[in-house]
Design a protein around this ligand. Structure first.
Ligand code: DON
Length: 544
């Protein structure tokens, strides 16, 4: 959809509308992003919200740009061997132990104080209204609910253990597209935040209820953890692609670095990439192979070297050394894949269905790209009594058992072990691509675990290499490779073509995956801005 002056692309139409309400009332992109984000807490309660955290990338037209890191962190009682001898294989993924200290509310208040223009009470209004009046669950809500119901039904007692989830969010197994969802408890949380700011969430009744909910289910979250939570500000991770400046999330997200490595490798094979694009086309076997081989190098480095830079030393210079990236790109053979252990850019160092992405651009051209999560659908499944929200299970993004992949199949080395206050390595990739004059060319980001990075990458490549409009950049079928496991995932539309055989002939183990990520994009257009929300998640953009 094209909007002349300003736009919001979230993965739910009501959340996009919440942001536009702020823009029309004179708010800027950050006011709108915060309003959209709180609205998502209500309308996508299984994806993100006040029980989780994220990264917000802000680029103001006056030249200020920052990445606000409100990624949830490990409670003080969580040491690196916390899960090693736990008999419950799901302990880091579902239940009280999987809960990290939620960062969302602190992040929103920080963003608003730093860059916003409106009072928090005003920005919270749309979310409060949605929580109070309720909304209709959509098809995506129904499918997420069904997925979690299937897990609950896998063992007797789970429905009772996660009682609030079962009663309120799943409506005792009856929730369907069209069912009305009302979250009066979240409205009470918003009212407390509106009147008491940070203390309304991190102290008092809401804090006590979060701690009680996590501890009742075996967790270690404490009031001290909540009081100690601090937002971090980082310089955006800056790289370039096709002559444009790309701003993305730095560690503890891996998104910016993986994008930077892949862009550098593709740039060093740039003539070949452009010839493939021209002669063989979008999603041809040669194109998918080249991009996946570059992704495998980058994801191998991600697994080995990345973690929270506040806790471990990250060899980022080595990972980005141009000669190493050129050498890795040169090792890519177009006719075949290679042995898994041969992937990676840097040398070993001697001495690392939830989720929602939104984009906002305002009339002044300020841009915000923001990705947030409670991790898996409905997070830890632990609901906060009286307040109608779910606590995250971001702890599973750490390596919780050495040598064992996490729920996204991601392997990590020791860099990403848990420690008190440490943030788990993330794939969240809020990204802004700028023209040479600092104006926004496009924004992108996604949900989908590791597929966040590949979804974001492909949306940018679709727009820049194949000159697709925003809708096509988002909707086109996608592929995914994360190095380990060594499988190349294709969405069904690609699987049914000759692509599958051509990729298998090169040595890829091809599997089906649907969907691969849900991407939101805003792109500059001759008439203003073109905004697209991924049809895979049923969102819609808004603007004027
Ligand atoms: O931060 C991360 O990388 C994950 N917690 C994201 C989880 C996610 O995208 C779930 N998705 N659909």
């Amino acid at each position: 959809m094209i909007f002349e002056r300003a736009a919001v692309a979230a993965d739910h139409g009501l959340a996009s509308a919440a942001g536009v309400e702020m823009l029309r009332a004179g708010g800027n992109a950050v006011d709108a992003a915060v309003a959209t984000s709180f609205a998502l807490s209500v309308v996508r309660p299984y994806s993100c919200g006040i029980g989780g955290g994220g990264f917000m990338l802000v680029a103001m037209r006056d030249g200020r740009s920052v990445c606000i890191n409100y990624r949830d962190c490990a409670p003080a009682a969580m040491r690196e061997d916390f899960f090693e001898s736990d008999p419950d294989a799901f302990a880091s993924l579902r239940g009280g132990k999987s809960v990290a200290v939620p960062g969302h509310v602190a992040g929103m208040l920080h963003a608003l104080a730093r860059f916003g223009t409106m009072p928090i009470a005003r920005v919270l209004e749309p979310a409060m209204r949605l929580a109070r009046e309720g909304y209709e669950a959509d098809a995506h809500y129904e499918s997420s609910a069904k997925e979690v119901m299937a897990w609950l039904d896998g063992q007797v007692g789970r429905r009772e253990r996660f009682g609030m989830l079962w009663d309120l969010f799943l409506q005792r197994g009856l929730v369907r597209a069209g069912s009305r969802v009302k979250l009066a408890g979240q409205e009470r949380v918003f009212a407390k935040i509106a009147s008491d700011g940070l203390a309304g969430f991190y102290e008092g009744e809401v804090a006590a209820a979060m701690v009680a909910a996590a501890r009742r289910d075996g967790g270690v979250l404490s009031l001290d953890d909540l009081r100690a939570f601090r937002v971090r500000e980082h310089e955006p991770f800056v790289t370039s692609w096709g002559g444009r400046r790309v701003l993305s999330a730095p560690p503890p997200s891996s998104g910016g670095i993986v994008l930077a490595q892949v862009f550098a490798m593709l740039e060093s094979r740039g003539d070949e990439l452009r010839a493939i694009a021209r002669e063989q086309g979008h999603n041809s076997a040669a194109y998918a192979h080249l991009v996946c081989e570059a992704l495998k190098h980058a994801f191998a480095d991600r697994a080995r070297y990345l973690g929270d830079g506040d806790f471990v030393k990250l060899p980022i210079d080595e990972m980005l050394r141009p000669e190493r990236l050129r050498a890795a790109a040169a090792r890519i053979e177009m006719s075949r894949t290679q042995a898994s252990e041969s992937y990676g850019v840097a040398e070993p160092v001697r001495d690392d269905h939830g989720t929602s992405h939104l984009c906002v651009v305002d009339e002044a051209g300020n841009s915000v790209a923001c990705t947030e999560t409670i991790n898996f659908e409905f997070g830890s499944l632990v609901g906060v009594d009286g307040f109608d929200f779910m606590l995250n299970d971001s702890i599973d993004d750490f390596v919780t058992r050495r040598g064992v992949a996490n729920a996204f199949g991601l392997m990590h080395d020791g860099q990403n072990l848990p420690a008190p206050g440490k943030r788990p390595l993330s794939c969240m990739t809020p990204t802004i691509v700028q023209e040479a004059d600092g104006s926004c060319f496009m924004m992108a980001g996604a949900s989908g675990g590791p597929r966040i990075i590949t979804g974001t990458l492909q949306a940018i490549l679709n727009a820049t290499v194949f000159d697709m409009n925003a809708d096509a950049s988002v909707a086109s079928p996608r592929f995914h490779h994360q190095w380990s496991p060594d499988t190349l995932q294709l969405e069904p539309a690609l699987l049914e073509t000759s692509l599958r055989d051509a990729l298998a002939a090169r040595g890829h183990v091809v599997t089906k995956r649907a969907p691969i990520a849900a991407v939101q994009v805003i792109r500059k257009h001759a008439k203003g801005w073109e905004a697209a929300s991924d049809p895979r998640k049923g969102g819609s953009p808004a603007g004027y």
